[in-house]
Design a binder for this molecule. Sequence first.
Ligand SMILES: Nc1ncnc2c1ncn2[C@@H]1O[C@H](COP(=O)(O)OP(=O)(O)OP(=O)(O)O)[C@@H](O)[C@H]1O
Ligand SMILES: [Mg+2]
Length: 499
Amino acid sequence: MTHEPIALRATGITKSFGPVRALRGVELELRSGEVTALMGENGAGKSTLLKILNGDFRPDDGVLSIDGVPTVFGDPADSRAAGLRVIAQEPEIIAAVSVAENIFVGSLGSVAYNRKALLRRTRDELKRWGFDRTIRAESLGSELSPAQRQIVEIMRAVVSKPRIICFDEPTSSLGDDEVTLLFALIRQLQAEGIAVAYVSHRMGEIFKLADRITVLRDGSFVGTQLVAETNHDELVRMMVGRDLSQFFHREPAPLGKTVLELRNVGNQYVDGIDLTVRAGEVVGIAGLVGAGRSELMKTIAGDYPIASGEIVVDDRVWRIRQPADSIRAGIGFAPEERKAEALLLQRSVRDNAALVVLRTLSRWIFVSSRAERALAKTYIDRLRIRTPSAEQLVGNLSGGNQQKVVLARWLATAPKVLLLDEPTRGIDVGAKSEIYAIIDELAHQGVAVIVVSSELPEVLGVSDRIYVMAAGRISGELTRSEASEERILALAMDEDVAA
Ligand SMILES: Nc1ncnc2c1ncn2[C@@H]1O[C@H](COP(=O)(O)OP(=O)(O)OP(=O)(O)O)[C@@H](O)[C@H]1O
Ligand SMILES: [Mg+2]
């Protein structure tokens, strides 16, 4: 395995954005038929390195060689011509055209194409790579869930038959099922002799998939290890520069009265939802992608009005028809698609962190107090948000650091009810355990917390009680002591089995 030919070698790669040194002297080797993981904290420089490989940026210094030949990529077309494809952290999907056209965009060329043939070809490719049950070739870009968008982005790269393929956090929006399919796809790429680079914050994935691991810290190259010769703790030390405890142990808070209650709530997305959360309780919601977990959160938050049933907060029935209503009821909501829904990319980190955003249908209203600002600042420090200054535009932060800014804001608000949809998606190992600790503190302050997560160990670790959803309904409820990965999965598949 160690003697596979080196398809790509990067040496001494250096790149600055104004005063920010994103990369300095970074080394990377990608070998044919091997998976090389790229790890590091949020802001370490992983996406920047991949963008250089994609020809988006030219390095200030350093050499890139393909098959031993030094190369300069002037633009992404050069990178593609060299057989390289980079799957970006944020998928770019054209809303108005079909999945088929989205996948083959760029490879259609100027040749007039036959729609039927394109759809057939797309179905074949989806089938070949195992995603024929996940996406339909004729769906429009605008109809796709985050997971489906990610898969379209991956298919787009795969169908162009690259020799080197780089994934930037491909699983952050995928559920367990799709992750399994993606891993099978990567194994197939590997068997075909393709060199794979893989960025992820999830240790479990790295140990399953990778042959070697390259670690970056603050833009510098820390080292490359064979997976077989390293372990979790060593990698954490390499990434963070200190030891971290491996597992978070939640200290359940004393439970108060029921703060949030849903009685037979239904709309076009969810059906017959009965759910309660008590003060000081952390309730997890598990389920497969498409089970309706995010839809349920958006229903409680007023994005999707309810058609039947009642939402009760503090013994009072609230008519929640829009986000402003849920905020008045004392509900805070950090949505899954934080970047699109919650961040002001053209404002500074300071502004974003200080604002309590009242989400209304038509506009943004900002309220902020000095106390909130101070609290937000504390969380920014605790979550280790990597930014050159509080004045930096949020749009220039790395993906994970943007997530941290939104979370810091919500965690600092301490509403009566806090809804967190995939709170650690894209967040590095150090900040993850800090987020669990903050959730724990909020519960001890009497906040009723709901956490939606696709990562089972996370749901199990953080929740006092777990609801499992399938096909828009609650298919089961488990206490902390009853819950296990197997029982959650069995309930999550409930409707599939019945169907
Ligand atoms: N266009 C830009 N302008 C200014 N700074 C930038 C720009 N792009 C990236 N940076 C900075 O470069 C550094 C590295 O960012 P990068 O996106 O490569 O991190 P990352 O390792 O991918 O992090 P994450 O895990 O959060 O995705 C960060 O400090 C980031 O703020
Ligand atoms: Mg990144």
